[in-house]
Design a protein around this ligand. Structure first.
Ligand code: TYD
Length: 130
């Protein structure tokens, strides 16, 4: 997983980024949600999913995302609306270091389903290291 730089389109009127499911986003998008009103020093996420895949874009402001496959953790910075980060299923994710003006857009491959969440880190480790 790595930060993807999407092409910035636009002209003298302003800028635009277009993302197409199955082309720029590696899944069909069934849900979007966005996170805002976050607080500096207060992390979010801290869970994994059994099957849901996500794609994260800080459309305003910035934040960091730490992804963990159970063996290796890597931290990415989303600080421009042209940058996106894919979070696959069975990857533990934490969003943190939000700027006050951060608006984090998340595209998801499935509808909301609490049963798809793995919220316990020890359980996550057991599943991925099995
Ligand atoms: P949660 O997943 O805990 O947020 P985060 O991972 O960003 O820290 O979700 C917060 C609340 O919102 C929780 O009560 C579940 C609810 N929720 C939905 O109803 N639909 C959704 O698509 C999402 C992502 C969360």
């Amino acid at each position: 997983m790595s930060i993807k730089e999407h092409k910035i389109l636009g002209d003298h009127r302003g800028k635009l980024v277009a993302l197409e499911a199955g082309i720029d986003i590696p899944f069909e998008i069934k849900r979007i949600f966005y996170i805002f009103g976050t607080q500096v020093g207060v992390p979010r996420g801290q869970h994994s999913h059994h099957a849901i895949q996500q794609y994260l874009i800080a459309v305003n402001g910035s934040c960091k995302v730490t992804l963990d496959n159970g063996k290796v953790k890597q931290t990415y910075e989303l600080n421009h609306p042209s940058k996106g980060l894919f979070q696959d299923a069975l990857i533990w994710g934490e969003m943190h270091d939000f700027s006050e003006d951060c608006l984090l857009l998340v595209l998801a491959s499935e509808h909301y389903d609490e049963a798809d969440y793995i919220r316990d880190y020890d359980e996550f480790k057991k599943i991925v290291n099995a």
